[in-house]
Design a protein around this ligand. Sequence first.
Ligand code: AMP
Length: 280
Amino acid sequence: MQIIQTVAELRAWSREFHRSGKTVGLVPTMGALHEGHLSLVRTAKAACDGVAVSIFVNPTQFGPNEDFALYPRTFDADCTLLKAEGVNAVFAPAPEEIYQSGASTFVEVAGLSDRLDGASRPGHFRGVATVVAKLLIAAEPGRAFFGQKDAAQVAVLRRMTADLGLPVELVICPIVRERDGLAMSSRNRYLSAAERRQALVLHRALNAVDALVATGERSSEALIAAAHANFATEPSVRVDYIAAVDWATLEPVQEARPGTLIAVAAFVGTTRLIDNLVVE
Ligand code: AMP
């Protein structure tokens, strides 16, 4: 497994595959890898000849009062996991490699970037869109793999790749959960034992919504109310948003339809967690 630190080397690595008619997949991550990330890696390995995983804690997607400095960095353990999956290359650039001094170009997906997580984390999706665009331009993958867990991010990136005409297929992989239902996240390691239990309310609330949808309920208001009722049983958890939206536009919908995204975000202690379901 090759460890690559520069854009030039990454592009050369990718072009080597392309020269021999082989396909390249890219899995962008911020490291602190867990089974959720590895499910993306396995999907990529099954679909592509060469797989690169990027590990980059992207400073521009963190707000001034967020956890950029604290974000877990476990590079050696990450590499051991990726090697065992047969990953071909790890791209681990220094921040200066991605944001050269004087850089003043950003990718802004207007509208979408201000909804859901973008509403509570101003500038977050501008940072995400910018770094993913840079990674796609550097690695030139035919496919790039993302998790449904970050559903608003998926909407932003789909819009961005379509608008910029980037020649890449985005492959969206299902949410991987702990045995008790908590969506896996690098941030789960911030939770105390008590918070870890409280965090289950996100999944419980979504299960309640799912059960209601199964009875035929379609009113977003009723579905959102059911989720809020669940959160009320865990008063120490502060809801950031509960929303029923069109997954492409992230605009609220009155009636849930197949493809409607029901998304939640909540603070468990100081840790902000997200989860979602897509109506079938
Ligand atoms: P991150 O390192 O948090 O930026 O995540 C990197 C990629 O892994 C993103 O596309 C995430 O959506 C995806 N991911 C994170 N957690 C999960 C999970 N529990 N299940 C599936 N994909 C995930």
